[in-house]
Ligand binder design. Structure first.
Ligand SMILES: *Cc1c(COP(=O)(O)O)cnc(C)c1O
Length: 359
């Protein structure tokens, strides 16, 4: 599916594609997916109402459906997973309290410090293992004593998938149990939780089970244009609904957006296996490149991290771009992400482009 990239769309996180160039495979992120025809029909036909009055039937249906899938009793539709995570942090914690969170996790590293800026919640970053998991010992060691010198440890924040690695359930359950033992709550940033479930062959509810609250993102591999759902106990979700209002995320006839999310949960979960298979195929193919070192970080889903020879980073990236192949990532890595808008032809083009680079 070739398309042109506009100047605006090209500027994500400094990874610019040449405006107007033909795109064969946009591997920068699974956020670049665009809603397909059937999803747009579902959006067009959505019944809507004022959601702040609780009267949008499509949003209500999405919240119920997501909660059921995740084995929780209530759900809340939000504009983004970042806002969902922040609403969760605000709902679990008060000012002067803290979260324990993996240092590379999205909540700590990529959400502009929202918990500190907007909620007065401190964050204690924890080291992670090669697969991105936190050990129960490390979680336990970071929990503060009841001492006026310390912030009050309140919440452990976990993430699955983490950097495209699907963590087996025990890697989430272990630290979660350690936190629970001393009265902390557990939030799971499951922006790509369905990738983890599909890769591990378990149900989404099993992945979510060790956590009190869970964020899922609808606009990554699931292919919706926007949206996230926060799930948890009814009382927690009622608190999060207030946080969403405070954060400016309460919307009105947003059933047109929720319809895309419902469509995605219905039609775009099982197909994530295709993205994973293509990521494996791409990883195998580019492992032959003398300029790249493909990293294996736990159970891969739809992401490849490849260390690039620093001297070749710019020329290789430019070569790929001339072939319509866009890659992301920060030095020293390229990050390649497969998703529903990269089909076999796109993947073949990407493999060919990597293979034809001559330094
Ligand atoms: C993308 C992402 C988010 C934030 O999602 P947005 O909807 O873009 O705000 C949160 N957590 C993880 C792990 C993510 O990958």
């Amino acid at each position: 599916m070739a398309r042109k990239l506009s100047a605006d769309a090209a500027g994500y996180a400094g990874r610019r594609a040449a405006p107007g160039s033909e795109i064969a495979a946009d591997l920068r992120s699974d956020t670049v997916t665009r809603p397909g025809a059937a999803m747009r029909v579902a959006m067009h036909e959505a019944a809507v109402g004022d959601d702040v009055y609780g009267e949008d039937p499509t949003i209500n249906a999405l919240e119920k459906r997501a909660a059921k899938l995740l084995g929780k009793r209530a759900g809340l539709f939000l504009p983004s997973a970042s806002q969902s995570n922040l609403a969760a942090v605000m709902s679990h914690c008060g000012r002067g309290e803290e979260i324990l969170v993996g240092e590379p996790y999205h909540i700590f590293s990529y959400e502009a410090g929202g918990g500190a800026v907007l909620a007065g919640v401190a964050a204690h970053p924890l080291p992670v293992a090669a697969d991105g998991s936190i050990s129960a010992e490390q979680a336990r060691a970071a929990i503060k004593p009841d001492d006026p010198h310390c912030p009050i440890s309140r919440l452990l924040c976990l993430e699955n998938t983490i950097n495209g690695a699907a963590l087996p359930i025990e890697r989430i359950a272990g630290p979660a149990a350690a936190a629970r033992e001393v009265g902390l709550s557990v939030h799971l940033d499951g922006a790509r939780l369905f990738n983890a479930a599909v890769a591990l062959g378990v149900s989404p509810a099993e992945i979510a089970a060790p956590a009190d609250s869970v964020t899922i993102c609808l606009s990554k591999g699931l292919g919706a244009p926007v949206g996230a759902v926060l799930c948890g106990a009814p009382k927690f979700i009622a608190t999060a609904r207030r946080a969403r209002k405070l954060l400016g995320g309460a919307m009105r006839q947003a059933g047109v957006l929720a319809a895309a999310g419902l469509y995605a949960l219905e039609h775009n979960v099982a197909r994530l296996a295709e993205d994973h298979a293509r990521a494996e195929r791409l990883a195998k193919a580019i492992a032959k490149s003398p300029y790249l070192q493909v990293e294996k970080r736990g159970q891969r889903t739809n992401m490849i991290f490849a260390r690039v020879e620093p001297a070749h980073r710019e020329t290789l990236q430019a070569h790929l771009q001339r072939s319509g192949v866009l890659v992301g990532g920060r030095p020293p890595h390229f990050r390649l992400v497969t998703h529903m808008d990269v089909d076999d032809a796109g993947l073949d083009a990407a493999i060919k482009a990597f293979a034809s680079y001559r330094g």
